[in-house]
Design a protein around this ligand. Structure first.
Ligand code: ADP
Ligand code: MG
Length: 442
């Protein structure tokens, strides 16, 4: 399958070629024909599988095929939860539309609105936006959505997690009732399907499991260590392993700042990104990290969500996330595009329950070890509170009767990925993450 055989125009093929893509990714292959067919599409595939091009390319094709209305109204609206994602999608739209007469722009909060208002006046075909600023500018009469032909909710699961449901519900009535709706998400939770049910028309369901190699090559490890010694252990790992590009997750913004400062003091270049940082600071940090000027990027889950960081060899969970699904998203930052990666979790005595929650979700035990000189001394905590697994009711699939480690049955060919492996292989499906397993409708 090639991009050409999907029916994309020469201008788009030219741009795709310039990006260096050889062939469509599985989700692109599945979603693009439906979108070109003007169907509503509900699509799910893991982070890093090329969902953006999966909707942007066919939208550009559709918009350039039909006649341009005179006053250049907004014809496609792409909603996304964070500023970083908005900026990233916009950058992609720009690249893919380089050889087309299509105007695009991005709006998000946290920056002065005036330049955005000025740019809107020039006429915009494709608008990428975060919900808050969009509603804000709409309320001020600075933009109109009554000519939108294609709506995209990107990273819809995260939007729900971040509490954007109300904003989404306020935005929908501003759009014309007859339009094409696309919803992209890393997961197909019950909530996502419910949301889809409220505004989509007979959507086509498309799903792609990650290519086996990408996920299988992620080696996951747990290092048991006392909380207070985690920064020293990070420094040791980074320095002794001579790691050049490391993404570290912390649970809090404050924790991200503190760790980043400690790393800097020890001579490791580092930056923290989280929602309290200005947009400029976040963009700069990410750019520095990508260029290799910043060795360690410390991020909170929300800030890191969806960031396009190619070929990341090392991810460290400084603390485990409260929600096991976030663990899957975090480790999805490594081993992208078939490159191998290592995801290390530093686990204190108080985090044992969180490990169990993650293992239950993955249906696999995480190999755990101690590092010499960092043997834990803290007392293990009694399992008091149940892990807050279903806090957001994400991915709840009712009863899961199978016990955690189903062992041999679904192990692929033995060797290789020691202790790593694919989170939640299911037998007979050629791999893929259980979390992204197609959920049959009755
Ligand atoms: P997602 O939204 O699924 O997390 P992105 O759309 O951000 O993923 O794409 C992840 C990376 O893959 C980006 O760097 C993008 O340029 C690249 N990419 C997208 N489509 C292809 C393709 N067909 N071939 C190679 N790389 C691709
Ligand atoms: Mg995406």
């Amino acid at each position: 399958m090639s991009f050409k055989s999907l029916g994309l125009s020469d201008s788009l093929l030219h741009a795709i070629n310039k990006k260096g893509y050889d062939k469509p990714s599985p989700i692109q292959e599945k979603a693009i024909p439906f979108i070109l067919d003007r169907k509503d599409v509900l699509a799910s595939a893991q982070t890093g599988t090329g969902k953006t091009a999966g909707f942007v390319l066919p939208i550009l094709q559709i918009l350039s095929e039909t006649r341009q209305p005179k006053r250049r109204p907004i014809r496609s609206l792409i909603l996304t939860p964070t500023r970083e994602l908005a900026a990233q999608i916009y950058a992609n739209v720009k690249e893919y539309s380089e050889f087309l007469p299509i105007n695009s722009m991005v709006i998000f909060g946290g920056v002065n609105q005036n330049p955005q208002i000025r740019e809107l006046r020039n006429g915009v075909d494709v608008l990428v936006a975060t919900p808050g600023r969009l509603l804000d500018l709409h309320g001020q009469g600075k933009l109109f959505l009554n000519q939108v032909e294609v709506l995209v909710l990107d990273e819809a699961d995260r939007m729900l997690d971040m509490g954007f449901l109300r904003d989404i519900k306020r935005i929908l009535p501003l759009l014309p009732p007859k339009r094409q709706n696309l919803l992209f998400s890393a997961t197909f939770s019950k909530e996502i399907k419910m949301l889809a049910g409220t505004f989509m028309f007979e959507p086509e369901l498309v799903e792609a499991t990650p290519e086996n190699t990408a996920v299988e090559k992620i080696i996951q490890k747990v290092y048991r260590v006392d909380k207070g010694r985690k920064p020293a252990l990070v420094i040791k790992l980074v320095k002794e392993g001579d790691w050049r590009q490391v993404l570290i997750f912390t649970r809090t913004k404050h924790g991200a700042n503190r760790l980043s400062q400690k790393l800097e003091k020890s001579g490791i270049t580092s930056a923290a990104i989280h929602s309290n940082k200005s947009q400029g600071a976040r963009t700069k940090a990410l750019a520095g990290f990508k260029k290799g000027e910043i060795r360690v990027l410390v991020a909170t889950d929300i800030a890191a969500r969806g960031l396009d960081i190619p070929l990341l060899p090392h991810v460290i969970n400084f603390e485990l996330p409260n929600v096991p699904e976030d663990y899957v998203h975090r480790i999805g930052r490594t081993g992208r595009a078939g490159a191998s990666g290592e995801a290390i979790s530093l686990v204190g005595a108080d985090e044992a329950d969180l490990v169990r929650g993650i293992e239950k979700l993955l249906k696999e035990k995480l190999p755990s070890e101690e590092i010499e000189g960092f043997e834990p001394k803290d007392e293990p905590q009694p399992a008091k509170e149940a892990p807050r697994r279903n806090q957001n009711n994400r991915n709840r699939s009712g009863s899961r009767p199978k016990s955690g480690n189903s062992g041999g049955g679904n192990q692929r060919s033995g060797g290789g990925s020691k202790g790593g492996g694919n989170p939640g292989n299911k037998p007979g499906s050629g791999g893929g993450n259980r979390k992204f397993k197609p959920r049959r409708r009755r």
